[in-house]
Design a protein around this ligand. Structure first.
Ligand code: ADP
Ligand code: MG
Length: 652
């Protein structure tokens, strides 16, 4: 005779022992089952039938004894090969149906094919055909709770047949059904047997068992009678054990179609999240706040940095300012025009310009307004890289003669003479002194503090000091270094010269824009660092939230995990599914956080605070959220993957 499909030899199963009473449920079961058989295992409740079925179906391992499937010792199979057997060789039909509550009939039937890597189109078609054959064509979209018991049992039979279902293991399939539905299910099993499926039917009901060709009776974990096996010879395309064995040897290493599994995992993850959306939203707050704060803070930092940079670019980065000390009484200093000339002689200095200025009332006709009026020499346009766009700048001769001429900013022109009008040749009264307008400066559009750079009037230094301010000495001196990369060196040279000229008294202050910007950048950096730490803590809290929700999910869905394993999911399939859920959770959190950040950024912009969103920052924050999901989702996912199939299946 050919190799039996299933061969049990002295199988024993013992429960308990350490902390609970030791119960020997199976006490030396030996039997073999051949292709083409329809076997009923009958016995009273508690006699060990379900335990035996779980061992037959490779959901559980015996305590001792030998189980050969198609000639291979099952004890030697690894978890992937056992998953293959559950997926390809067996089809389970349980008393309690064991359908996944969140999936439709169609999705439940398709599940084993997803783990087998069947392409979607083929999978859909086959599931539909099976459901149709079992009379459920109009119920494919229903979820289990929308089906009657008989219908649910037919869905589970369709699922058992999805990958072929060579051996149907049915544990009390009619136990929960009314007599009519029960009879229907039995007719189905009869049909499947005549089509060549091996049927192993477990029942306590002798009448039901009588439908089988062979009846094995168990009592208290022992076989007490076994009617002779009489597999019908005329079964079409009868399955040979050797066939299955070859496929097992080849097939266990087969990989599922990752794409189908991923799509299925994503859909399942989304369903679960949606069903628990309130809980999910609360748990995700940590990640949302973390991501949003990272993105907003970086945007604000970047925004103010760009503002400072723009200002620096507008006025040049090689500029130094020198003025006398005003802070302490005994070191009150004055920088004189002689000092200015001496500084101009230094080789490191390109240009030097004394400045005297203040806010003064400027009038034209019946209009009057306070503007900053500055006395500068003719280097003003060059030092600040700030050309005249209409008319011309004043000349050396104007400077030498103290000519009452003025060059005005764009906004002064707009306010005094009207936007776009020609002010050249007209007069402005500056502090009651008439000045003739000879030029208009290019618009800068830059501002520092409350000062708008386009609201200024520039007049010759000589005219300002004599006619407006009555002081010869400059208020401060603007110095342009030869080289913007050697500002430090220039600063030291000026310092040496000034100390020498002022008898060693350090009665002056020398600053530069670069230093100011650096100082500002430093405070900003430490601020971002602190805010970054807050964001990191939020992400950590978010991660713990994800872990918490995942642990809860695994606990709530232990039975689902068991069902997935019984239909052939490998450990890595379960791991991937729960990891996908964790990542999806945190991705949703990340996206929500980014959207929130953009909204906050928009409202900051409306409040006139500079923000600049940088794509790398957004992507970085998002990546952090996803990594959080992977890291904190891994432990729960692994816990799920390592569940024992039979324990998961029988959990409540
Ligand atoms: P049947 O399906 O024939 O009604 P079972 O195989 O379900 O019987 O159970 C047989 C015996 O094994 C019962 O007495 C039951 O109490 C015991 N049993 C089943 N599962 C466990 C378990 N996990 N731990 C301890 N005892 C168990
Ligand atoms: Mg049972």
């Amino acid at each position: 005779m050919a190799t039996p499909l299933i061969e049990l030899c002295d199988i024993r199963k013992v429960y308990g022992g350490v902390d609970s009473p030791r119960v020997e449920v199976l006490r030396g079961i030996s039997l073999s089952i051949h292709p083409g058989e329809f076997v009923a295992i009958v016995g009273a409740s508690g006699s060990g039938k379900s335990t035996l079925m779980n061992i037959l179906g490779c959901l559980d391992r015996p305590t001792s004894g030998n189980y050969r499937f198609a000639g291979r010792d099952v004890a030697e199979l690894d978890s992937d090969e056992l998953a293959w057997l559950r997926r390809e060789a067996f089809g389970f039909v349980f008393q309690g149906y064991h359908l996944i509550p969140s999936g439709s009939a169609q999705e439940n039937v398709e599940m084993p094919a997803i783990y087998a890597g069947t392409p979607p189109a083929e999978r859909h078609a086959r599931a539909r055909a099976l459901l149709e054959r079992l009379g459920l064509a109009s119920r494919t979209g229903n979820r289990p709770h929308q089906l009657s018991g008989g219908q649910q049992q037919r869905v589970s039979i369709a699922r058992a047949l999805m990958n072929g279902g060579h051996i149907i293991l049915a544990d009390e399939p009619t136990g929960a059904l009314d007599s009519h539905s029960g009879a229907e299910v039995m007719t189905l099993l009869d049909e499947l047997a005549s089509q060549g499926h091996v049927i192993i039917l477990i029942t306590h009901d002798r009448e039901v068992a009588a439908r089988a060709q062979r009846i094995i009776e168990v009592r208290d974990g022992e076989v007490v009678s076994d009617s002779p096996s009489q597999p019908s010879a005329d079964i079409p395309r009868q399955l040979q054990a050797d066939d299955l064995r070859q496929r097992l040897d080849r097939g266990a290493t087969q990989r599922g179609a990752w794409k189908g599994e991923l799509v299925e995992s994503l859909q399942a993850a989304w369903r679960v999240m949606w069903i628990n959306r309130f809980r999910t939203a609360l748990t995700l707050l940590g990640i949302i706040i973390g991501v949003a704060s990272v993105v907003v803070m970086l945007a604000v930092g970047e925004g103010s940095k760009r503002q400072v940079m723009a200002q620096m670019a507008a006025f040049g980065s090689n500029i130094l300012y020198l003025n006398g000390k005003h802070s302490s009484e005994e070191l009150m200093g004055i920088v004189t025009l002689d000092d200015v000339d001496a500084i101009g002689e230094l080789p490191q200095v390109k240009r030097v310009m004394p400045v005297i200025g203040d806010k003064l009332m400027v009038r034209h006709g019946n209009k009057g307004e306070q503007f900053y009026v500055g006395g500068n020499n003719t280097w003003f346009p060059e030092i600040f890289n700030w050309p005249v766009v209409e008319g011309s700048f004043y000349s050396e001769a104007d400077e030498a003669n103290g000519a009452a001429v003025a060059v005005i900013g764009q906004k002064v022109r707009d306010k005094m003479f009207g936007p776009g009008s020609n002010p050249l040749g007209q007069y402005l009264l500056i502090g009651n002194v008439p000045f003739q307008v000879i030029g208009v400066l290019q618009g800068k559009g830059a501002s520092s503090g409350s000062e708008d750079s386009d609201e200024r009037v520039v007049v010759p230094y000589s005219a300002a000091s004599i006619r407006l301010f009555g002081s010869r000495d400059p208020e401060y001196v603007t110095i342009a270094a030869q080289d913007s990369s050697r500002v430090k060196e220039t600063e030291q040279a000026i310092e040496r010269l000034m100390l020498q000229r002022h008898q060693g008294k350090n009665d002056f202050v020398l600053t530069n824009d670069a230093a100011l910007i650096q100082a500002e950048a430093r405070t900003q950096n430490s601020l971002s660092l602190m805010l970054g730490a807050i964001a990191a803590i939020s992400l950590l809290v978010g991660g713990i939230g994800v872990m918490n929700i995942m642990l809860m999910t695994v606990r709530e869905r232990t039975r689902e995990i068991g069902i997935r394993m019984a239909t052939g999911a490998r450990q890595r399939d379960i791991l991937r599914q729960f990891l996908t859920e964790a990542v999806m959770l945190s991705m949703v959190g990340g996206v929500t956080g980014i959207v929130l950040a953009l909204a906050i950024g928009a409202s900051l912009l409306l409040a006139d605070i500079a923000v600049a969103f940088a794509l790398p920052a957004i992507l970085g924050a998002f990546a952090c959220a996803v990594i959080t999901g992977v890291v904190f989702g891994f432990m729960p996912a692994r816990k799920a993957a390592r569940l024992d199939p039979v324990k998961a299946l029988t959990s409540e």
